[in-house]
Design a protein around this ligand. Structure first.
Ligand SMILES: [Zn+2]
Length: 320
């Protein structure tokens, strides 16, 4: 769309229409998985805001549009933490100074905060202050996966634009066009990506993905048995791959889900269709109630992992 990759054409068309009708806001939150290319959507929207051709922006032909496309438009400012871990109050204060300077050539000056999770609380408060009386030309776009991670006060002042996951058909089309060589894994890739095309990119570019998934399935039996040796074996496995623990947990979630589908007679909908026999064998050793429990435990382990409990501790808790 306008030479930008977007998975949400209708949503973007409505947003761009609002610019044509003079109804744009000073502040947006683009919320959705990064794998939906929300940053690309922000770039497209910024190009539309900066383009002087009111009726057709982004026209794609004016200097502003050409520079926007090349990421060299001086009036589209990308804000990120750089080498630092977060965007602090000080960085936002220098941004405040920059906001006061009129656009170089474009109609508006657009600030794209590339990952809103990097904003510290103090930085968000500075942003709110800047936003109290923004100059006519200034527009802020915060790109973030989950807007709930921002302060309430920020949420209430910004226009929230939510980018939902796309349909399986869209993901399938995306993979087929971009990776024609992936026809064999296609059904799995589509289901596992769960509406996020970028997830398919991640899997396809990861040479260890298939091997790790296969080994995670082997170790899944440790979670379904009461055998202590198996539990220690699972722990050794997780220790070996501790950098990939969140992937392993995601595999286990999908295996447990598939086991439950097999047990309840909906086996045709499983994600890991290529592992059907192994999953069927695992499913035959438990009953649906136990599988639900296992599923809940793995989800809880996932949360523990997000709270930085060590993988070793999580897997021992999970297996024993
Ligand atoms: Zn233009």
């Amino acid at each position: 769309m306008y030479g930008y990759e977007t998975f949400h054409e209708e949503l973007m068309r409505n947003l761009i229409d609002s610019v044509h009708h003079g109804q744009s806001s000073h502040a947006y939150i683009f919320e959705g998985s990064m794998g939906l290319n929300t940053l690309g959507a922000a770039r497209l929207f910024a190009a539309a805001l900066a383009c002087p051709n009111n009726e057709i922006a982004p026209c794609g032909a004016c200097p502003s549009c050409i520079e926007a496309k090349a990421n060299t438009n001086p009036d589209i400012v990308y804000v990120n933490s750089g080498a630092k871990k977060s965007i602090g109050a000080e960085q936002m204060r220098s941004l405040e100074t920059d906001v006061a300077i009129k656009p170089f050539a474009a109609k508006r000056k657009i600030y794209i905060i590339e990952d809103g999770t990097q904003l510290t609380e103090a930085a968000q408060n500075v942003l709110l202050k800047t936003f109290e009386e923004p100059p006519e030309y200034a527009v802020f776009i915060i790109v973030i996966e989950n807007a709930a991670q921002l302060l309430e006060t920020v949420l209430s002042r910004f226009t929230l634009v939510h980018f939902p996951p796309v349909t399986d058909e869209t993901v399938e089309k995306y993979i087929t066009e971009k990776y024609p060589e992936e026809s064999e894994r296609l059904p799995f890739l589509v289901r596992y990506s769960a509406g996020i095309p970028g997830e398919a990119d991640r899997i396809i570019s990861d040479p260890d993905f298939d091997a790790l998934r296969a080994r995670s399935l082997e170790k899944m039996s440790a979670l379904t048995s009461s055998d202590r040796t198996a539990a220690f074996d699972a722990r050794a496995f997780v220790e070996e791959y501790k950098d990939r623990f969140s992937d392993i947990l995601a595999f286990w979630v999908s295996f447990a889900r598939d086991m439950l589908l097999i047990q309840t007679g909906s086996g045709e909908n499983i994600i890991n269709a290529d592992k059907r026999d192994a999953l069927r064998s695992l499913a035959s050793k438990t009953d649906p109630a136990q599988t639900v429990k296992l599923f809940e435990r793995i989800l809880k382990a996932h949360k523990m992992n997000l709270r930085f409990v060590s993988p070793k501790a999580v897997v021992m808790w999970l297996a024993l």
